[in-house]
Write a protein that binds this ligand. Sequence first.
Ligand SMILES: [Zn+2]
Length: 630
Amino acid sequence: MKKILYGILLLNFAYACAPKTGDNLSNTEPSATEKPISSSLDLTNVNNDRIWVEIDPGSFSQDTVIFRLPRVVQGTYDVSDFGSFVDDFVAYDYSGAPIAYKKIDTNSWAIPNARQFDKLGYYVNDTFDIENTDAETPFSPSGTNIDSTNYVLNLHGFIGYFDGMYESDYSIDITAPADFKKSSALSLIGTTTSEDGSSVTDTYYADRYFEVTDNPMMYGNLEIVEFPVGDINIVLSMYSPTGAHTAEQQKETLETMMDAQKRYLGDLNSTPRYDVFLYLATRGENEPTGMGALEHHRSTVVVLPEFYPEEALDEVMTDVVSHEFFHIVTPLSVHSEDVHYFDYDQPTFSKHLWMYEGVTEYFASHFQVYEGIQSRQDFYDKIMEKIQTSLTLDDEMSFTEMSENILEEPYASNYYNVYQKGALIGMCIDILMREESGGERSMLSLMKELSAKYGMDKPFVDNDIIEEITEMTYPSVGEFLQTHVVGNTPINYEDFLVKVGLEFGERMGESTFFHSGQAFYVASTQDGNIYFRDDMDLNTSHIELGIQGGDVIKSINGTDYTIDNINDLIPQTLQWAPEQEIEMVVIRDGEEVEISGVVGTPMVKKPGIVESEDATDAQKQLRDQWLGTN
Ligand SMILES: [Zn+2]
């Protein structure tokens, strides 16, 4: 589809090239196809929380040009409408006078007198500021921040493209206060300092629009650390508004994780430099609320809550950044034509999110146990959680159908399943591959074969890849894909767990003090009291403290609680450490009972995945091949 569109545009272009008599070609600028598109962002002149952007292409010989900001960016599977953040759009002719333009839709502007058109400019509002409102905003890691101390420059939020000119190269000037720190993986071709020394202009180069969108930057009060992991240079650029976390601490987490990832990936080709841009969000009014990360070929932008305690931040960084780094395999090295010839305005979507997101998420979980940085039981628990979460989504929805129609309902609201059932699909294929090959092949070895066959510059045909995988592997893998990925038959996970000597059972798992899936208490709307439930097992901390089902909470650590203020307490309890002292007064049978002690680590019996006691040696051997012996 993209190819056809491109062909039509070329035809129009050829037609428009025929000179018309009476045309006033009042410029001597090289044509837009010969000159890079010059773009500039000025961070020294922020106007009402907006940045002025200018875009200056070469000259055009057709009647009309269309300029757009992306409606959709790659990797997000959602509509972003970056055009809706643009104000005061103006197009200039070669004499510097404004000329007419027409706004076609949220993201597009048509300039009818293209032969007179020299350049355009506009203000850009940031997306982080309004995430707290009801407005639709792009996912934070693809969004933008304009703040005196920090700029998140996802360039697709600032710089647009002219229709049919995705392949044009760009020069990008960023002017910023001279004392700003900055980080970008894009090649820097020059820096100039203003006469009074107060500002600096960095000039970067991108050889096509994709490069503009694939290379985010950060400017401002950053902490930047660089360190090698094998032959990759990792650059961590981090913004922690209150300084609660440091780049040094995060460096350790990333080193351990990426070192294990490098071992896991083995000889798979990798980039010489990888950038991690980490924005830690406070709970302030103009702060982003969508947490997570977005992958790029040589970097990732990560947005996480700053209030996370160190240990929780380390854990989520490991899960999130390892996922983004594994995207180097897919979709970055293995992808279909829809991804390769991505249309930022009217994209078509590949059928294979099970691979791009699912297999990536599976790798991000599996490498941790395989390389010995996580215990087997923790891995089983994660799989169990993914099974349970996937069952709250539509388990009978064809994954390929969902993928191809991901912007529309009912598919869009099931997108989250790519991280749940998508990862489980990866797990099932991994187990099948290992079983069929006697432990020789795996999900990873299959992805390596596909990456050798295709790679970054050669897309596969979307409709052919399942058949191709079937030919490359085993009939059982083909049947699995047809039945559970193309088809809508739910997966019976037990069938796969049994191959590796695992089964569903019950195990003790951590809960929080007041919740384990459901709350341990009931807030009565009749009398306003908070009761510990007597119709479910309380957790081990409750039992050790001597709390009983039916007890009414009167006070905790000196504060009285009822239905009116119990919600003030719950968030605090999530941060309780095991040694936290607690003094509670409960009412039991009409009498006040004082309870005191430490919170401890609340545990509760949960459904889980456990190792079968009667697993055979063959099952155990396959389990070892699957999970590694590190
Ligand atoms: Zn992803």
